[in-house]
Design a protein around this ligand. Structure first.
Ligand SMILES: C[S@@+](CC[C@H](N)C(=O)[O-])C[C@H]1O[C@@H](n2cnc3c(N)ncnc32)[C@H](O)[C@@H]1O
Ligand code: SF4
Length: 393
């Protein structure tokens, strides 16, 4: 990824700059999902809704002039419910305010139903060059239990179609599900690794507050794997993905070398990004300070806010140096490449405690690489949160 160019003027910048576009609508709410997604029934004026993105982009562009956009990510919700011309309008608006790097990665998250697959060519014509599909499972029963509205055949057909249209594709699977055995997962993941090309996201099911699964779990109606079984699931996943040539470059993300998601790397390498649309988060560098921004979550309240103020922001916090250091660790230690302790010192104004590093090294949880980066080892990954807390202390 290019780190040269306009984006390196701010001393707190590492040259990375991307734009996240949140599309908040879904055809149905999946019982495990706590993303900012909403089912809207009734009339909807998509052209007017897209106009709000144009306005909000113009507002954020005034705060971040002169940047070169290395990545655009349409996430959701379900961006594959968008008309291709809406996607095109948003990309064009971005190009009016910033320079889009000719090699920019432009990703759209898609649900793998046949209706959405019909739009893939339109997205490609609009400028999208990478698609990430929410397959979730290659087995019918779990798909139904997860509340998905597609069959296995439909999902596989959508992946194959996407692979024939886009140079770069990825898909998501959720594992360590209720009733799933290690043998089941071994078979399912093996099939997924045959199907995958450059990139695969493998998430362990988490029970999130406010979801239907949360209520079911608390009522004793969801049998989740215990800690030992979860660790076995994780280990098996690493083994199979490694032997298929798709090692993890982040806790849940696997890629052939060079096929990593550049957009997500902007977050994990703690770069700069604008977040537009309802409930989108951003990190902006303004006058040598890092701003943490968040917009109104409710889709139509966000639209009204943008119409009256030019943006839908409800949070704009200037981070302290300490908070920046903490965020750098939380994001960067998820990566296989680890973090640069010199950048930590530069941002936070203090060094990571040598004593903490030595203690974690002694128990085999972290290591220092020849380039000076510190990373969490295979042994440390299952207890990543505790390792991060120790290093931040
Ligand atoms: C925001 S969703 C968007 C994808 C798209 N709407 C779809 O469902 O296909 C991104 C991904 O997060 C993962 N995800 C969401 N909730 C999860 C949970 N509770 N546990 C594990 N993975 C989850 C799913 O794999 C999903 O594809
Ligand atoms: S998993 Fe995807 S389709 Fe399901 S509710 Fe969440 S964002 Fe919507």
């Amino acid at each position: 990824m290019s780190t040269e160019g306009h984006n390196s003027r701010d001393p707190r910048s590492n040259g990375l700059f991307g734009i996240y576009v949140h599309w908040p609508f879904c055809a149905a709410k999946c019982p495990y999902c706590d993303f900012n997604s909403h089912v809207h029934r009734g009339p909807f004026d998509e052209v007017a809704y897209v106009e709000a993105y144009a306005q909000e982009l113009a507002w954020f562009a005034r705060q971040t002039p002169g940047r070169t956009v290395q990545s655009i990510f349409f996430g959701g919700g379900t961006p594959s419910l968008m008309q291709p011309r809406s996607v095109e309008t948003i990309i064009n608006e971005i190009g009016k305010h910033w320079t889009i790097d000719p090699r920019a990665e432009i990703t759209l998250e898609a649900n793998p139903t046949s209706v959405e697959a019909d739009r893939f060519r339109g997205y490609r014509a609009a400028g999208v060059n990478r698609v990430s599909l929410g397959v979730q499972s290659l087995r019918e029963k779990p798909l139904a239990e997860l509340g998905r509205r597609h069959t296995v055949d439909e999902a596989v057909a959508a992946v194959r179609l996407a692979q024939s249209i886009f140079d770069r594709t990825s898909f998501d699977l959720i594992y360590a599900r209720p009733h799933q055995t290690l043998e089941d997962w071994q078979d399912e993941l093996t099939e997924a690794l045959w199907l995958a090309q450059g990139h695969l996201s493998l998430y362990q099911l988490t029970i999130e507050m406010g979801t239907r699964y949360y209520d079911m779990f608390n009522a004793g109606k969801l049998q989740m794997p215990n800690e030992d079984l979860s660790a076995d699931f994780y280990e098996l996943t690493q083994e199979l993905a490694n032997s298929a040539g798709l090692p993890a470059y982040e806790i849940s993300n696997h890629a052939r070398p060079g096929q990593e998601s550049r957009h997500n790397l902007i977050y994990w390498r703690y770069g700069e990004y604008v977040g537009v649309g309802p409930g989108a988060h951003g990190r902006l560098l303004i006058n040598n300070q890092r701003h943490a921004t968040a917009t109104e979550k409710m889709p139509f309240d966000w639209q009204k806010r943008v119409a009256s103020r030019g943006h839908g922001m409800v949070t704009d916090d200037v981070l302290t140096w300490e908070e920046e250091g903490d965020e750098l660790l939380v994001m960067g230690l998820r990566l296989r490449e680890g973090i640069d302790p010199r950048r930590f010192s530069m941002l936070s104004g203090r060094a990571i405690s040598e004593k903490q590093i030595d203690e974690l090294k002694a128990i085999g949880f972290v290591e220092t690489l020849p380039n000076g980066f510190i990373r969490v080892t295979d042994k440390g990954w299952p207890v990543l949160d505790a390792v991060v807390a120790d290093l931040a202390a």
